[in-house]
Design a protein around this ligand. Structure first.
Ligand code: SF4
Ligand code: SF4
Length: 379
């Protein structure tokens, strides 16, 4: 079976699933002219496992609209614009509430304790604006988004012809019934955070007993409800030795994807700039990723590796809205370029794009020069 990423009289980009892996292919006159660019962009899919293959529908990743779908066509259009120099915030995370029952060591939210939240009207206006700009992935984030009573209404509000919806959760409060309600509202992917494959360690990092059990239940309930389920791990020096255990847990639970990010010194972790992963840790991670590709089990999405090809997404492909309405270039850069309560998101995006910092190849929050120049202003 072939799945078309793009098809026109001059260019066809498609994938074939061979032995459970994606093999990227191109044809047409333009494929020769665009060879270098295509190779670079398609390398992130080549040889990878997809998250799910259905009859007539391919889900490369829980982070991307399915193929075929109108949302995926919009994403391809956005990538073509990007090659021509026009950047679109493909992914927008909306931190709808600061409310959260947990107390994670590495939380990206500052400890304001003011329990801010966005009203449903403000979130809907934000959704309208970003869909108009071309966004294809709207993610509801927190705090803990499950504490937000109108969550289902917000999910339903996102036009599924334009974008998919996702939710980042610790899993606390995701009962079977709630998972069914989220599915019915149109939630596309559920992302549940794990810091460790071991209960005690996970609960320690999350600052509360019982969070591990809730996360496991949330995954099971999400799968039962028919949602695409992604386990999300923020890798640090502390849990990099648990990669195989985390893969075993994800396989046992039967999730569609296991995504890894690298710890970023921000929020409660702001002063820990020197505690980022070492080159040895990163080599360990690289070896694990190559091995997992050939194993039975879920797709692994190694964000730090993918970013070596795509560059840092802050203010280039990603926008983040905080519970106070501040508009940030990504969830980890605490620099407000505007606020949804008074500014048009399009104008703020333009302002961010005018700043040459937001074309970075590597993580800006791990870049000492960026921290020195930009974060000093906040002190
Ligand atoms: S990281 Fe998420 S779950 Fe943990 S305290 Fe922060 S908002 Fe809550
Ligand atoms: S600065 Fe870039 S790499 Fe770092 S967290 Fe933000 S988007 Fe990710």
């Amino acid at each position: 079976m072939q799945y078309d990423f793009y098809k026109s009289p001059l260019l066809r980009v498609y994938t074939e699933i061979e032995d459970g892996h994606m093999r990227m292919k191109t044809s047409g006159a333009a494929s020769i002219l665009m060879k270098k660019n295509l190779e670079k962009n398609l390398s992130v899919f080549e040889g990878e496992k997809p998250a799910k293959v259905e009859a007539g529908r391919l889900i490369c990743s829980t982070w991307m609209p399915p193929i075929p779908s109108p949302g995926f066509d919009r994403l391809v259009k956005s990538q073509l614009f990007s090659i021509l120099g026009k950047k679109i915030p493909d992914q927008v995370t909306i931190s709808i509430t600061e409310e959260c029952p947990n107390n994670c060591i590495h939380c990206a939210l500052p400890d304001t304790k003011n329990r801010a939240k966005l009203t449903p009207e403000t979130v809907k206006s934000t959704i309208d604006q970003v869909l108009e700009m071309g966004t294809t992935f709207v993610i509801f984030d927190g705090g803990e988004p499950l504490t937000y009573p109108d969550l289902e209404d917000l999910i339903r509000y996102v036009d599924s012809e334009k974008a998919i919806t996702g939710m980042f959760t610790s899993g606390v409060g995701l009962t079977e019934e709630r998972a069914n309600r989220l599915k019915e509202a149109g939630l596309y992917s559920l992302t549940v955070s794990f810091d460790s494959a071991h209960e005690d360690k996970h609960d320690h990092v999350r600052g509360r007993k019982g969070v591990f059990k809730s996360a496991v239940e949330a995954v099971k309930n999400g799968l039962k409800a028919g949602l695409l389920v992604n386990i999300y791990v923020v890798l640090s020096r502390d849990n990099v030795n648990e990669l195989e255990d985390l893969y075993a847990l994800a396989s046992e639970l039967g999730v569609h994807e296991l995504s890894f990010y690298e710890i970023v010194p921000t929020g409660r972790w702001m002063d820990h700039a020197s505690e980022i992963m070492t080159p040895k840790d990163l080599r360990k991670f690289d070896n694990f990723v190559s091995g997992a590709r050939e194993k039975e089990g879920p797709r692994v999405f190694p964000i730090p590796q993918v970013m070596k090809t795509t560059g840092c997404m802050a203010g280039r492909k990603w926008l983040h809205i905080t519970p106070e309405g501040n508009i940030l270039p990504c969830a980890c850069i605490p620099i407000p370029y505007g606020n949804v309560h008074r500014d048009s998101i399009k104008d703020v995006w333009k302002r961010i794009r005018e700043d040459p910092a937001y074309n970075a190849k590597c993580c800006l929050m791990r870049n000492p020069e960026f921290r020195e120049k930009y974060l000093k202003v906040l002190e």
